[in-house]
Ligand binder design. Structure first.
Ligand code: HEC
Length: 709
């Protein structure tokens, strides 16, 4: 079987027409046997985390610590969007499949970079207003000649791998709610598994399985209870358990409670278990969401399901009574570890909350866990149950007193994938070192086209006091941490100036690859973290690299392009260590590669030129509030962008009320991703935002060089 396929592959590569010949023998012919046996095809990268266990370890070793100094750019492809690039490419039989911003998909000849096809699902750009953290997409899945992508607007789409034409599409969400899809589908036993996002705005999370052939819905598992009755879904068996763990009152009854499965999944073929990572509560504020001490299942949990039916098998809740946006949606990994002399099949997880968990993969039982970054919301994990000992003051929603928590909502670790090298026994985690002031709102009003967190973003915005600002900046950093999951110790670290750096890849060549928000793409020795190679991409790197072999040459591919979580809401803090303009590209490296990148785009010097600020202080205050509620999540905290979307203090619309209204109320830039807010805010409020921005621009102009640009 395998030999025949190899023969077909050799034929297709030798054919003068290259991949055109492959087209006839069928590209992307991935199936269960092939995916389960991915180790025997070391040159391929056939699913999101390379293998079902999502270790992001490649057995390839031609590029290694001895040869890596010869690594150079083999080819690159410019992408036709200027938004964050988060995807991990997939490489099967000589073709590279990549998703980019706005859920577009491209296929390239993996050796030459020749574009084979391009697919645009035509997502309505105004839908971007529902995306918490940029209009990104983290990757496609391939199966039996097709490529599958989850579109930002909730569609799941099957594409013919031969020519990029659509085979089927199905809407996976209720489009009257602010759902988005940014995560990569996974395919198990012919079922395409897909989740969704939107818990910041207010939705109910679930994961669904569709028949890869025709898009028929096979099962759905909701991660929060339906207060009104069963759903006729696989999760109904858990409804009583879920209901008992929520308060009978609270905003969850309207919002759906959150718990979106927006990124991570893994599968263990031996145990036949699918693992899903469940997100934060909606709203974040627990007292408004589900008052009292309840755990609110399955928020912030890993849940194990039977992939064919969605039947519940076990769950482990990492952050009971979640209120800090501590999602458990970070990369889930399955591995066999030797812990205290015993071989264990385990789940490894480094979620936002700052603790590294090792769980029994068959039962979900807690084996061990420890904080991998400084943590102040809990004093540790119960050694028997793994339940965190939460510091009472951290429960800001219950005390009503603000609490500055470490880590913040960006997480100690976000969606950026980590990797595991069986040879070193180390997990390479892209870490954020951040804090956030959680200031509770007193009442809950669900706002359209806005975050509905029950946390006061206006009160928590970066203050103008230079000392506070300097402190916050100094406390915001990043790191690449090599973590030993067996001994729960840090083996080595590379410090980063700021958060929001790229995912990691590790290889049998004894290397770890990671890009940074500051545009450096580098290789480190997997055993000691010594940097052995680097290049400058002139744009932020947030995606994870991958590697493949075609025709005996090993390639490393990395999508580059600033954006994502730390490029939107955090403003000035998000610029720390990054802040480079977006240049969206796919870079592919090989030994002795000698392609060169074009010069970086010039950075235009800008000056603040606002009209005089004449509005009354109450109007400015209202505008500041509304800005923080409706605009800051894209245009940046305290009106400072991290560089991706326009910094409104510099907008020509500050001098031109008609232009302002045209954009903000009439949707003149909707096709570029700036939705109209006419249905969300009355004219008085958008006028107030205008007045606030004029005031803010004047303040910052007066402060001169001290002000952030
Ligand atoms: C979901 C993200 C998002 C949110 C939320 C958002 N915007 Fe925008 N906005 C954009 C994008 C994207 C653009 C750039 C469009 C383009 O490139 O033409 C933009 C552009 C603008 C511009 C034009 C900027 C210029 O260069 O002159 C203005 C003005 C603006 N937005 C105002 C607002 C206001 C006011 C709010 C809140 C009421 C808001 N935006 C909320 C995404 C957003």
């Amino acid at each position: 079987m395998r030999w025949m396929r190899m023969a077909a592959l050799a034929l297709c590569l030798a054919a003068p027409l290259g991949l055109a010949a492959c087209g006839r023998s069928g590209p992307a012919k991935v199936d269960a046997a092939r995916l389960a046996g991915a180790e025997s095809e070391p040159g391929q990268w056939m699913s999101y985390g390379r293998t079902y266990d999502e270790q992001r370890f490649s057995p390839l070793s031609r590029i290694n610590s001895d040869t890596v100094s010869r690594l150079g750019l083999a080819w690159f492809a410019d992408l036709d969007t200027a938004r964050g690039q988060e995807a991990t490419p997939i490489m099967v039989d000589g073709a590279l499949y990549v998703s980019t911003a706005w859920s577009m998909v491209k296929a390239y000849d993996a050796r030459t970079g020749r574009e084979l096809w391009s697919f645009d699902p035509q997502v309505n750009r105004a839908w971007g207003v529902h995306a918490c953290c940029d209009v990104v997409n983290r990757g496609v899945a391939v199966w039996n000649g097709r490529v599958y992508v989850g579109a930002l607007d909730g569609r799941l789409i099957a594409i013919d791998a031969r020519d990029g034409t659509k085979v089927w599409e199905t809407q996976t969400v209720d489009t009257s709610k602010p759902y988005t899809i940014t995560g990569a589908p996974r395919i198990v036993k012919g079922l395409v598994i897909i989740g969704n996002g939107g818990a910041e705005l207010g939705v109910r999370g679930y994961v669904s399985a569709y028949d890869a052939n025709d898009g028929t819905l096979k099962w759905r598992f909701y991660t929060t209870p339906n207060p009104n009755g069963p759903d006729n879904a696989a999760s109904d068996s858990q409804r009583d358990r879920m209901l008992a763990s929520w308060s009978p009152q609270g905003a969850w009854r309207e919002t759906g409670g959150g718990g979106t499965v927006w990124d991570s999944m893994a599968y263990d073929p031996t145990l036949d278990l699918l693992y899903i990572g469940v997100g934060n509560g909606a709203p974040w504020n627990k007292q408004l969401r589900s008052p009292g001490d309840s755990d609110d299942l399955f928020l912030s949990s890993i849940v194990a399901l039977k992939p064919e039916t969605g039947e519940y098998v076990w769950h482990f809740q990492e952050t009971p009574g979640e209120t800090w946006d501590y999602t458990a949606t970070q990369h889930i990994m399955v591995a066999t570890l030797n812990i205290s002399g015993q071989e264990r099949r385990v789940i490894m997880h480094a979620p936002k909350n700052g603790y590294f968990y090792v769980l029994d993969a068959a039962t979900g039982a807690f084996i061990q866990g420890k904080n991998y970054v400084p943590v102040n919301w809990a004093t540790g994990l119960d050694p028997q149950t793994g339940r965190p000992n939460v510091v009472p003051a951290a429960r800001f929603a219950q005390t009503g007193v603000p609490f500055v928590a470490t880590p913040g909502p960006g997480g100690a670790h976000n969606w950026q994938p980590m990797s595991f090298n069986p040879a070193t026994g180390l997990v390479y985690i892209p870490v954020n070192l951040t804090a956030f002031p959680y200031i509770p709102e007193r009442t809950f009003t669900e706002r359209r086209q806005a975050f509905n967190t029950g946390v006061d973003f206006a009160a928590g915005a970066m203050p103008r006091d230079p000392a506070v600002r300097a402190g916050a900046m100094a406390n915001t950093q990043g790191a690449l941490i090599a973590w030993n999951p067996a001994t729960q110790t840090e083996a080595w670290r590379v410090a980063r100036d700021g958060p929001g750096n790229g995912g990691t890849l590790t290889t049998a060549g004894g290397l770890v690859f990671q890009g940074t928000a500051a545009g450096e793409f580098a290789a480190y020795r997997a055993d000691n973290g010594r940097k052995v190679w680097s290049m400058q991409a002139h744009t932020g790197i947030i995606a994870a690299p991958m590697t493949y072999d075609v025709g005996g040459t090993q390639y490393v591919a990395q999508l580059v392009g600033s954006g994502g979580t730390f490029a939107l809401p955090p403003g000035e803090i998000g610029r720390k260590g990054g802040g480079l303009p977006n240049v969206s590209r796919l870079l592919v490296f090989a030994l002795d590669g000698n392609a060169t990148l074009p010069a970086p785009p010039p950075v235009a010097a800008r000056t603040l030129n606002p009209p005089p600020s004449t509005a009354r202080p109450q109007v400015v205050a209202l505008g500041r509030q509304r800005y923080a509620q409706y605009c800051g999540v894209c245009h940046g905290d305290a009106a400072v962008t991290s560089g991706l979307l326009p910094d409104l203090r510099y907008s020509a619309a500050l001098n031109d009320a008609a232009l302002w209204n045209g954009i903000v109320r009439e949707g003149q830039l909707a096709s570029n991703g700036m939705a109209s807010f006419a249905d969300a805010l009355p004219q008085t409020d958008t006028d107030a935002v205008h007045a606030y921005l004029i005031w803010q621009a004047n303040e910052d102009k007066r402060a001169g060089a001290a002000a952030p640009q």
